[in-house]
Design a protein. Structure first.
Lengths: 145, 561
């Protein structure tokens, strides 16, 4: 991912799971850091390529609707862009959107050692406590920090 | 290099590992050739992301080692790659990630054609439930099955009780039991190959969230590596060679199998010779090996003189439903409240009432908690707990504040009871397997190709069976119920490719799974099954393997083999 792609994706993820009065979202959870790890390790191997391929749709759509990049839009405008992508009769747009939601959720709720769900804030938000950890998993968490 | 031993076993899943156990304990030396790797239990990390990525951990990669499916339906005829027909490719096979529902088949499953009449290509088994009963018992004690005969249909009561009491159940089970009692529906504890207390030098289950589909990190589940193969290796007479691909069975003079030719991970060729050769590579791969062995000699394949190898392929059929229940967040945080097991089965709908479908065979309902996998549950919630994630116009997809509310609601204050109905698949004229003329695996060998026809009966029966399950969940007070699947092919559970029977003109194997005209070649996995029954076949495959091994040992000791 280039820097501008990374910024666009981070903005889109915070649109999917905003940080708000209810609690932390994709930004606090560092969901974009999960994407970095996912690219390296091949996680989400069906949805992640769809997300990366479809990323230009966000800027295309934002500039058509608001005359600026997706990142330059405010929260309401970003939300309008996602709604537009949902409503157009366009399979690529739908696949992108579905995949974006799938990857964002993975970045929010996967084990913190994969880069997202920082300090378990996603798990805390939904009241999930990881139950069983083998010695190998605990060792891994120490190793990755 | 040539290895010489008493028995060569190709494959180390439910069938091959049971053979290895039985032969080594009878004093025979055994070499087990397993195509897949050997995983250490430390590799069985309970991590949703790794599990999701880890389809490679169990089934092989679809690029390296695919099957080909051709759906014989009007709207879908293009051949495509599939992993259907694979349950795993590793030491221990599918038992390493099984849900471990170790049901016995019902006595009627052995003679369905006699009882319910002719339907498609279904045939009676060449032996009866009574013949297998002692081996079921041995298998249950060897693997370590927890459960109880309470509430079990009379005809399935065991000659010896199970070695362990049932696993603990989620508190919702009390509502379930009350509802079923009020409706006079019989229920019993699902027999599980999971330790409810320490057994067989293995610890009790720790009730972690991820079970079926994942490896068991502490060995409480009866995966073959932790049970049958461990005992086989402890005799000092069992050598397991992982990462070895068997390419051919060689048949010598006087119709005896002499050896197998295999390739190791580095690509070097070897030969293993044995007095007895057993193929236990799961139904599609075992049949494929018989066909490949013939191709080398320019004939139709070993045991395939009548063109019957692959002919009676059939899969299990699955239907499923779900009920969502409100759960107090405090209870949800307790060990009881997050118990992953519901552990109830129903066999009252094993036969269908008249007019439901063209054949009166129903299925086995098994109820369990939806697994507490936050990512999977959250993704489901994002699709309004409705659509299945398909990208269709007008889809209901949540994001932003509505998604955050849905995640909190679904994960923090609700739980779900799922049920799966196991239904029979039936051999039929439009379903069979052979070798693909074009596609080859990473060893350069033709892969198995199946032609598949889905019978209307599967959906007709499935709809009725799902409705029975949903009724119970509704009566339990579910806030919402939904159908998850109706009569779909279960790609893991594959049978019938080398049908066993007494008549060599209509079957590939004799009643003890020996290839009819070859005195020392056996196929021992799900391949032999003339009918799938409606219970998952793992325990049956183990029990049948123990029975076949007894036959081989008896014959070998009297020099008849």
């Amino acid at each position: 991912m280039y820097d501008d792609e990374r910024r666009t994706l981070a903005a889109a993820m915070s649109c999917v799971l905003p940080d708000d009065a209810m609690g932390p979202g994709a930004t606090a959870a560092g969901a974009i850091d999960f994407v970095d790890a996912a690219i390296v390790h091949g996680y989400c191997r069906r949805s992640l390529p769809e997300v990366l391929r479809g990323l230009p749709l966000l800027d295309d759509c934002a500039s058509a609707m608001f005359g600026r990049t997706f990142v330059a839009c405010d929260a309401d405008a970003r939300d309008a862009v996602l709604q537009r992508l949902r409503d157009v009769p366009h399979r690529t747009a739908h696949r992108f959107l579905v995949s974006l939601v799938r990857v964002t959720i993975a970045g929010f709720l996967s084990a913190p050692r994969h880069g997202g769900n920082r300090n378990g804030c996603g798990w805390n938000y939904v009241g999930y406590v990881p139950h069983h950890r083998t010695a190998a998993e605990q060792h891994d968490e120490v190793a990755v920090g | 290099m040539t290895t010489s031993t008493d028995v060569v076993i190709v494959g180390s899943g439910a069938g091959g590992s049971a053979l290895a156990y039985a032969f080594t304990n009878a004093g025979f030396d055994v070499v087990v050739l397993e195509k897949g790797p050997r995983h250490a239990s430390a590799e069985f990390v309970h991590d949703e992301i790794l599990g999701e990525q880890g389809v490679d951990v169990f089934p092989p990669s679809i690029d390296d080692d695919p099957h080909i499916v051709v759906e014989l339906s009007p709207d879908r005829r293009e051949p495509r790659r599939t992993l259907d027909g694979w349950s795993a490719s590793c030491v221990g096979g599918g038992t390493m990630h099984m849900g471990a529902s170790l049901h016995r088949m019902h006595p009627s499953d052995f003679r369905l054609r006699s009882l319910l009449g002719s339907f498609e290509s279904v045939a009676d088994w060449p032996y009866t439930y009574a013949d297998l009963e002692p081996y079921y018992t041995r298998a249950e004690w060897l693997l370590g099955v927890s459960g109880s005969d309470d509430g079990m249909p009379m005809e399935l009561r065991r000659s010896r009780p199970l070695p362990m009491e049932p696993l603990r159940s989620h508190p919702l089970v009390h509502r379930f039991d009350a509802v079923c009692r009020a409706r006079s529906v019989g229920t019993f504890a699902t027999p599980r190959g999971i330790n409810s207390r320490p057994y067989d030098d293995r610890p009790a289950c720790e009730y972690c969230d991820l079970c079926a589909g994942f490896g068991c990190p502490n060995g409480a589940r009866a995966g073959a590596q932790d049970t049958l193969l461990r005992r086989a290796e402890a005799t000092g007479r069992c050598e397991i060679k992982a990462n070895t691909m068997v390419a051919e069975v060689l048949v010598g003079p006087r119709r005896r199998a002499t050896s197998v030719r295999y390739v190791d991970r580095g690509g070097a060729e070897h030969v293993a010779t044995g007095s007895v050769i057993c193929i236990s590579a799961s139904a599609m791969e075992s049949a494929r090996l018989l066909l490949l062995s013939g191709a080398a000699a320019g004939d139709a394949g070993i045991g395939n003189e009548n063109g019957l190898v692959g002919r009676f392929l059939h899969f299990h059929i699955s239907s499923a439903g779900r009920g969502t229940f409100e759960q107090d967040p405090v209870e949800r945080a307790t060990p009881a409240g997050r118990n992953p097991f519901f552990g109830r089965s129903i066999m009252d709908y094993y036969f269908l009432p008249p007019a439901v479908s063209s054949y009166a065979k129903g299925g086995l309902h098994e109820f369990d908690m939806q697994r507490l996998q936050p990512i999977a549950i959250a993704r489901h919630a994002a699709f309004s707990d409705g659509a299945n994630g398909s990208a269709d116009a007008g889809m209901e997809l949540l994001w932003g504040a509505p998604l955050k509310r849905a995640l909190k609601g679904r994960l923090a204050t609700q739980c779900a009871v799922d049920f799966e109905v196991f239904q029979d698949g039936f051999a039929n004229g439009g379903t069979y397997m052979d070798l693909d003329p074009d596609v080859r695996d990473k060893w350069g060998l033709p892969v198995a190709r199946m032609q598949y026809t889905h019978l209307p009966h599967y959906r007709a029966a499935g709809r009725w069976l799902v409705d029975r399950g949903l009724e119970i969940l509704d009566a339990m007070g579910a806030t919402a119920t939904r159908t998850l699947g109706v009569g779909v092919r279960n790609g893991y559970m594959v049978h019938g490719t080398c049908r066993a029977g007494s008549d060599p003109s209509t079957s590939v194997l004799n009643p003890f799974c020996r290839v009819h005209d070859i005195s020392n070649l056996f196929v021992v996995d799900g391949s032999f099954m003339p009918a799938s029954g409606a219970a998952p076949a793992t325990l049956t495959i183990v029990a049948n393997a123990l029975r076949c091994a007894d036959y081989v040992v008896d014959r070998a000791r009297s020099f008849e083999l």
